[in-house]
Design a protein. Sequence first.
Length: 278
Amino acid sequence: MTASNTTNALQNIKGTILLAGAGKMGGAMLSGWLARGLDAKRVAVIEPNPSGEINALVTKGVRLNPTPKEIGTVATLVIALKPQTFRDAGATLRSFTGPSTLAASIMAGTTIASIEAACGGSVVRAMPNTPAAIGRGITVAVAAKNVSTAQRAAADALLRATGAVEWINEETLMDAVTAVSGSGPAYVFLVAEELARAGVEAGLPPELAAKLARETVAGSGELLRRSEAASATLRQNVTSPGGTTAAALEVLMGPDGMQSLLTRAVAAATKRSRELAK
């Protein structure tokens, strides 16, 4: 979906959009909606501790901490709370929802069934990641069976304001999604961190090592995004037989290398996601 199509889809969403939780991820979503032309007066925010940025949006028309009496039943509820906060806030959110409300959640480890039980409505469960803060996130979403075609389109438009969106049909896959893309940015940041550290061990000044690692990871990621080639092909293109890269890859691709480490890491994160959902 192009940016213009996303804008049009946002404009087609009917009624008030209530955002519960305007921290980093919720705030990024709100900024994305407004940047794509959504009328600020269409949005209400529930946030006990609003940032200066959120308070500034009130002057543009965003309603902050309204009561159910002030805005009535909302057509769309976006839940961007921490899961532990949601357990206490569910009853409050239910006072804003009705049977036809779309409830789109980006909370980690919180199932469709638990969201339905807490606040009702037709639920879409989604897992974004932190690059959403700069509009370069990837979000995976799954819809409950009672979500209509129009509601799914509305959820897609709201989620797409911070990056790409993929839809799945099986909620059980969300644990692996969380492990790969939800937690994935931390793995990439760790690569940059350890590459810089290794550079210092090899004799580079710390500031230079940090810059080389940061720009290498960022530039390689952008090349991967723009290229149609598979990541394995891009890796092979950099690797000359018997060269320096090949020597390093013998270590990284060895028995105890990245394949084994990442397989174990993703398995551990998947297991933890399942535990949190109980």
